[in-house]
Design a protein around this ligand. Sequence first.
Ligand code: SF4
Length: 235
Amino acid sequence: MNAGCSLADSCPAHDFAKYVDEHPGYTVISYVNTSAAVKAYTDIVVTSSNAKQIVDSLPAGEKIIFGPDRNLGNYINSVTGRDMLLWDGACHVHEQFSIAKILELKKQHGDAQVLVHPECRKPVQMVADKVGSTQALLNYAVASDCQTFIVATESGILHEMQNRCPQKTFIPAPPEDGKCSCNECAYMKMVTLEKLYNSLRYELPEITVDEAVAEKAVKPIRRMLDISRNLGLIK
Ligand code: SF4
């Protein structure tokens, strides 16, 4: 029950609702890492995989609020040419990567490519060979001829990358504070196989969402799925 998300926490529903109310006429896009209460104030939910295509699908000139991740929002602005208003939120893991240490690693491993999730800060994105969602980074690593990668995202994905590419080398990008394991998400690490088994087997622990909130929150998720279907991103 404690496995939350610092990014979702950076967007309290009450404050977000106030911000949305202060900007009438804006379409509200929220990243999937948000509470149900924030989704209830959202028009379209996006993931890091489909955010660009969904924003591109909206009419040019549409006024958009994007939350909660300012880094992802900045990135989507840069690749779509939009000027979305950005909520000032961030993920504690993705904000921690040290640009100096990544550049140092690049010097040590001359042929290494840098893979970066768009939740990372802009300077880290600027040294990337590939910026993309977790899935996009994984696909890139599999398809690339490169043998060594420095990976700036939650370190759990390195396990899957190594599984899919046993001959290649994956180096986790170091956080600013060399003594901590800040590139590991403390929340995600709370999710163990045993807990997952119990959740599936016994449907516990149960999380109850207020019915009125749930009814509103599901609409932007359905809209994401409808747009994704129309764009051919999903079947
Ligand atoms: S790494 Fe953890 S805190 Fe960051 S967005 Fe993912 S779940 Fe949230």
